[in-house]
Design a protein around this ligand. Structure first.
Ligand code: DSN
Length: 425
């Protein structure tokens, strides 16, 4: 593939090579990113990219589905098995469209939905005002407790009783603690709402049994497939059998045309990988690494939202360090440590330059790093904070980060040699 790419389009080949080198030579801490296996990469780059398959297995609008039907059925079966769900739809292009499809399966435009506010760790598509979900639905937003940084379930219940939403959404993109999906389910029942749970971030932990599953407590569960689950960029919906038809119609023809069958194929492979003891080990190590990194960051004087972590991510509140989130994220990037600036609950700073930094351990765990390396990375992060305006010190951290990366190589398909056969640019 790459030889053909190199011959036909050397410019793009070179850029792909550079991105592979960057992913190899950086400590990647964005909690929604990972490294897929060679098998997932091959399935994603296979001939399935050539096929149109509007519809569902056995009910397509195009012919030539002898193989695609088999692949999609396998993906559905594997999804149902690993998540213990009655029904699975593996066609959503990604998490945003999966969430919208879930809402439109259960509610009408104009109905009230209630999700976690973006600055408190919710996703845009949980009803934030600039998202279509905040425009076509009446959106009520709940937050985390200002004192604990955690959910105050009594407050959420009170808000739900007052506003009687059609849908309550559980799930987050920047919440470092375990979520009590059963309480969300109870609250939804008490107010006659549907419960939609978005587990995009934690679905790998859910499959491995490290985080409680929302499947028994939610009407529909939405997830992406590329974060802790470590599959291709895609989305998925799981639900009880009674909602299967509504969910399927909402995805196609409601929101999408032909599914991306190369992605469905790669999702099937990722789900097989997730159904192994090795995946359970990886998921457990993600949380061990996250806890070790959080403890070291606390030792180094960082304030963490909620005081620590139960999952794969950490949210640093930088206000005591007096460093704006964007400046810190950019300095870390120069130090070969890649994270993202993020709002913290009740952030006085604007979202474009907020007071927080979000970190996660899935990608470093896939590289084989353990607690010692997680603590070492926390120390490197502290060095950058202590020397935020001293470029020579940041360069020194970059050298240490590069050395660490060289000791934990990424999956081999990332290593695309350039003409001099150098791996790291
Ligand atoms: N929610 C984004 C993230 O967590 O990085 C992806 O949409």
């Amino acid at each position: 593939m790459l030889t053909a790419l190199e011959q036909y389009d050397p410019q793009i080949y070179e850029l792909v090579r550079q991105e592979g080198a960057r992913q190899s030579a950086c400590v990647r801490l964005i909690p929604s990113e990972n490294y897929v296996s060679r098998a997932v990469m091959q399935a994603s780059g296979s001939c399935l990219t050539n096929k149109y398959s509007e519809g569902y297995p056995g009910k397509r609008y195009y012919e030539g589905q002898q193989v695609t039907d088999l692949i999609e059925v396998v993906a559905q079966q594997r999804a149902r098995k690993v998540f213990k769900a009655e029904h699975a739809n593996v066609q959503p292009y990604s998490g945003s469209v999966a969430n919208l499809a879930a809402y439109l399966a259960l509610a009408q435009p104009g109905d009230t939905i209630m999700g976690l506010a973006l600055p408190h760790g919710g996703h845009l598509t949980h009803g934030w005002k600039v998202s279509v979900t905040g425009k076509i639905f009446k959106s009520m937003q709940y937050g985390v407790s200002p004192s604990t940084g955690r959910f105050d379930y009594d407050q959420i219940r009170d808000l739900a009783k007052k506003n009687r939403p059609t849908i309550i959404i559980s799930g987050c993109t920047a919440y470092p603690r375990e979520i009590d999906f059963d309480i969300f389910g109870q609250i939804a029942k008490e107010v006659g709402a549907y419960h939609v749970s978005d587990i995009a971030h934690i679905s790998g932990l859910v499959v491995a049994g490290i985080h409680k599953s929302p499947v028994p407590y939610a009407d529909i569960v939405s997830t992406t497939t590329h974060k802790t689950l470590r599959g291709p960029r895609g989305g998925m919906l799981l639900c009880k059998a009674e909602y299967a038809e509504k969910v399927d119609k909402s995805v196609f023809p409601g929101l999408q045309g032909g599914p991306h069958m190369h992605t469905v194929t790669a999702i099937a492979v990722a789900l097989a990988e997730a159904d192994t003891p090795e995946f359970g080990e990886y998921a457990r190590q993600i949380v061990k690494n996250s806890k070790a990194m959080a403890e070291k960051l606390l030792e180094c004087g960082f304030n963490l939202v909620s005081g620590g972590t139960d999952n794969h991510l950490i949210l640093i509140d930088l206000r005591n360090k007096n460093i704006p989130g964007k400046k810190f994220a950019k300095a870390l990037d120069r130090a070969r440590i890649v994270a993202n600036y993020n709002t913290v609950p009740n952030d006085p700073a604007p979202p474009a330059n907020p007071s927080g930094l979000r970190l996660g351990t899935p990608a470093i765990t896939t590289r084989g790093m353990k607690e010692d390396q997680a603590r070492q990375i926390a120390s490197l992060i502290a060095s950058v904070a202590d020397n935020i305006d001293k470029e020579s010190a940041i360069e020194q951290v970059a050298k240490e980060a590069l050395l660490l990366c060289s000791q934990f190589p990424v999956p081999d398909h990332f290593i695309i040699p350039n003409k001099e056969n150098r791996i790291i640019s």
